[in-house]
Write a protein that binds this ligand. Structure first.
Ligand code: SF4
Length: 467
């Protein structure tokens, strides 16, 4: 065969992403008295429940319209209607997100029309239905997450008198980081609406009685009032305008939109603090000490971090934030990878990562988008990375290469505490930085004798001659 080599990818290669309904279901968990139903086959809901329950260590209820062969051929509206009635009877939610799946989208189900019809047929139902188009093959969980937020905002935000609060829209962050974010905003004296708020619903307290419906999360009237806010801070730099809740609020209600990187590391936190001051907030005195402690940790860890050649992988905003932290600490992000088709990522990270590599005479970094774990492993081997930072799906590569994996993003399946991982703010950044420095220390402790023996005794041009 002649011609250019064809880049064939086996169907069984491990993807570096999850599907859109996963993200939609997660975002809906951050809304008060909200339930999710997936319009599709049962397996979708089972897969997503299992993924979320293992990471968050919480019971996760997600309903399914359970499309069978009959519904697939003749349409699934009747299944969906029965599912909605069951949900209302068993859970009594105020709001139900209806997310489509691969199957529903492929057979052309018009979920928005079905939701409208259901509302007309059940006028006293007292529940708000929010249809969300989320074909599994249409993107990653990150896009599904924001689709759900955009759909919620579009449906619920309503003309409101200006109230001076701020809207804060985040990509998926841990419940512990969400709690920190809320406390931080309150300590700055700001009134705010956080969308979504995963802090309680996906990291609950031990309770004597199990309540099926989660009562934490962003209230519906809070989402309605987002239309009257002074501004929206959207912690995502990679959203298309048509997927952005903040852009919708700006276009429809004139709420100014400020897109920010996730507040990870010194520069991103400082940038956000400027925004906070501009919005009339006053960072608490403790922030100065937290910043100082982070700077101290940078000094403490720099000689260990300088040895790190890291692979950073996951969703674009997480990757960008961690690359930024790496670069300001001399950790060379040798492989930067996302499973998302995100053409904007290279422009955001390449120059900084290359400069970081050049400082320590390391190879130029590789940035991969739309990749799977086979691509990442290949790049890691070529770049001789000695550290991975991402989610637990990278553990097989880390195991094969004999290197440490810092688990700090969704999903984490092989450890408990995924819901309590911190990366935001000076303290979260410090925790991540210490983990990176300690991974390098561990590596040195475990290997220095063997490496010295190989380099100076057994071989190489510079070996010590024995007598
Ligand atoms: S990829 Fe498609 S079929 Fe698979 S779980 Fe996601 S929505 Fe369902």
């Amino acid at each position: 065969m002649t011609g250019a080599p064809v880049n064939l990818v086996a169907g069984s290669v491990n993807p570096c992403k999850m599907c859109m309904p996963m993200g939609a279901a997660t975002a809906l968990c951050g809304v008060q008295n909200c339930m999710t139903i997936l319009h599709g086959s049962q397996g979708c809901a089972t897969y997503i429940r299992r993924h979320m329950a293992t990471h968050f260590n919480e019971p996760v209820d997600i309903a399914s319209s359970s499309l069978t062969e009959q519904g697939t051929v003749f349409g699934g509206e009747e299944n969906l209607r029965r599912g909605l009635h069951n949900l209302m009877t068993l859970y009594h939610p105020d709001i139900i997100g209806i997310a489509t799946t691969c199957l529903a989208e492929t057979i052309g189900e018009d979920v928005a029309a079905m939701a409208e019809q259901f509302g007309r047929d059940n006028p006293g139902a007292g529940v708000t239905l929010v249809p969300i188009s989320a074909p599994g093959y249409g993107g990653t969980q990150n896009e599904g997450f924001f689709r759900a937020l955009r759909a919620l905002t579009k449906q619920l935000a309503a003309d409101t008198a200006p109230h001076g609060g701020v809207n804060v829209v985040t990509p998926q962050i841990s419940p512990a980081d969400t709690r920190w974010l809320k406390g931080f905003l309150e300590a700055c004296g700001l009134t705010y609406t956080l969308l979504p708020d995963l802090s309680d619903n996906l990291d609950g307290v031990a309770a004597v009685r199990y309540d099926r419906l989660k009562h934490g999360g962003t209230p519906m009237d809070g989402i309605a009032a987002m239309a009257g806010a002074a501004c929206t801070w959207e912690f995502s730099e990679f959203l298309d305008d048509e997927e952005s809740p903040g852009f919708f609020l700006q276009e429809r209600f004139g709420v100014p939109l400020v897109r920010l990187p996730l507040p990870v590391g010194l520069r991103a936190m400082d940038r956000w603090l400027e925004q906070i001051r501009a919005a009339g907030g006053t960072p608490a005195d403790a922030v100065r000490s937290e910043r100082g402690r982070y700077l101290d940790a940078m000094v403490d860890g720099h000689k260990y971090c300088a040895k790190a050649r890291a692979a950073v992988f996951g969703e674009p905003d997480f990757v960008k934030a961690v690359v930024s932290l790496c670069c300001e600490n001399g950790i060379v992000p040798s492989v930067v990878a996302t499973g998302s088709a995100c053409p904007a990522l290279p422009a955001h990270v390449e120059a900084e990562a290359a400069a970081c590599a050049e400082n320590v005479f390391a190879r130029p970094p590789v940035v991969l988008t739309g990749c799977d774990f086979a691509d990442i492993e290949d790049a890691c081997r070529r770049a001789e990375v000695n550290l991975m930072i991402g989610n637990s799906d990278g553990r097989r590569i880390a195991g094969a290469l004999g290197i440490e994996l810092i688990r700090c993003a969704f999903p984490i399946h092989d450890r408990v505490g995924g819901q309590r991982v911190r990366v935001l703010g000076f303290e979260g950044s410090l925790s991540l930085l210490d983990q990176a420095a300690n991974a390098m220390l561990k590596r040195t402790e475990e290997r220095f004798r063997e490496e010295a023996y190989e380099a100076y005794f057994r071989g190489g041009e510079n070996h010590v001659v024995s007598h």
